[in-house]
Write a protein that binds this ligand. Structure first.
Ligand SMILES: C[S@@+](CC[C@H](N)C(=O)[O-])C[C@H]1O[C@@H](n2cnc3c(N)ncnc32)[C@H](O)[C@@H]1O
Length: 382
């Protein structure tokens, strides 16, 4: 079997480390020759009974009465205020009451299952190798509890958007647990990567502008929208528009040659209706963080209505020779930018910044320990 070995300059999201390697299905090579995998993320819905523990997550399905009621209503009702059946939760806890999350093996000798593989080795099951062609109709038939995401497993730093990051789960959990806040809104996601959080947002929003940069990434993102179309339609959700939005550029892309460019009508609709901006795990490089905050400043100034911004962030600690200590420089820079945003008025509105404690229900299995969610609210200056 072909073995892929990660090299020193590759970046690997913990999301993929924490799910069993045998569950990663390689579906194709993308245009730049990177192996693309497909992972199924199962959603833990409310009032549910634990059906079985699958290999990559836990499946919880609704009981039959609920199912019938939903069918009668003609569409799925996504309610998220009360999450789990307590019995189901208890099955996920260890003796001390902590949520048990599958951890990667520390070393080959730690393995208690010979079918598990160490972090640096994956054994892909190749479904197809080929172009980024049409997605077959049957691939689009979705389980209502499952989000299918195509992604890469390990990439150079410039391609990190092709993986999924924990901040995407935190933001997705918040949207699902506070869906009334987002129902019918027009939302913008910055640095959307694979589009996971935009897909969740689209279950409640009217329109989601799912943005990032780079044709290859945006193409992967758009495929994920198609793969999950049935899921989002069942949720009665809105439209997702995959667009290029580069924080390093002052203008939205209108190049007619670019498949992800904005039409005049898109731009008008975007500025007229957007009231929510989200971004997950986009603070890992100080220059990009500066560019992102400038983009927020520019866009919010130009929007017709006041908007609310939600930013999720993972604190990543590294030992640096400069400090001879373990530090979290990217996080510190992010917090400085937040403070500056709060104290700098754009003449139109004043911003207040508030941390949202991650005590809301969890719909996906991941660790929240180093994750934070921030909310920025604008008050108009009269
Ligand atoms: C760590 S990934 C997070 C992706 C996704 N939000 C998630 O949480 O899974 C950072 C994202 O920021 C995007 N990004 C980096 N520089 C950018 C830029 N100049 N303009 C727009 N997006 C950018 C990357 O392409 C990538 O998708």
């Amino acid at each position: 079997m072909e073995v892929i070995t990660f090299t020193k300059d590759t970046v690997l999201s913990d999301v993929h480390v924490h799910s069993s390697s045998k569950k990663h299905l390689m579906v194709r090579l993308n245009k730049v020759g990177q192996p693309v995998f497909r992972t199924h993320f199962k959603i833990l819905w409310q009032n549910s009974t634990l059906e079985s523990a699958s290999e990559d997550c836990i499946i919880i399905t609704d009981n039959e009465d609920k199912e019938k009621q939903r069918k009668d209503e003609g569409s799925l009702v996504f309610k998220a205020t009360k999450l789990y059946d307590m019995q189901a939760i208890e099955n996920l806890l260890d003796e001390d009451g902590d949520l048990e999350v599958q951890r990667r093996p520390q070393s080959p000798s730690d393995r208690d299952d010979t079918r598990e593989y160490a972090r640096d080795v994956v054994c892909p099951t190749i479904l197809t190798i080929g172009s980024d062609g049409q997605i077959e109709e049957e691939e689009c038939v979705n389980n209502k509890d499952v989000i299918k995401i195509e992604h890469t497993m390990a990439t150079p730093l410039e391609d990190v958007g092709k993986q999924i990051w924990h901040g995407a789960f935190l933001l997705a959990d918040y949207i699902l647990s506070q869906e009334d806040l987002f129902r019918g809104c027009t939302a913008l996601e910055l640095g959307a990567g694979t589009g996971f959080t935009s897909i969740i947002m689209s279950t409640v929003a009217k329109t989601v502008y799912c943005t990032d940069v780079g044709d290859d990434l945006l193409e992967m993102c758009e495929r994920n929208m198609v793969l999950n179309r049935t899921f989002t339609e069942q949720a009665g959700g809105g439209q997702i528009k995959v667009k290029e939005l580069n924080w390093l550029k002052n203008q939205l892309c209108t190049d007619p040659e670019n498949p992800y460019s904005w039409t005049e009508d898109d731009i008008a609709q975007f500025y007229d209706h957007t009231t929510v901006i989200i971004a997950a795990d986009v603070f890992y490089d100080d220059d990009l963080t500066d560019a992102l905050f400038k983009t927020l400043y520019r866009i919010t100034h130009a929007l017709r209505s006041n908007c609310i911004i939600y930013l999720s962030m993972e604190r990543r600690y590294n030992f640096t020779l400069r400090h001879m200590d373990v530090t979290c420089d990217a996080y510190n820079h992010f917090r400085n930018c937040l403070n500056n945003f709060e104290t700098t008025s754009n003449g139109k509105q004043r911003w207040s910044v508030q941390e949202i404690k991650p005590v809301f229900p969890q719909f996906f299995i991941y660790e929240r320990e180093h994750l934070e969610l921030w909310k920025m609210t604008a008050t108009p200056l009269t």
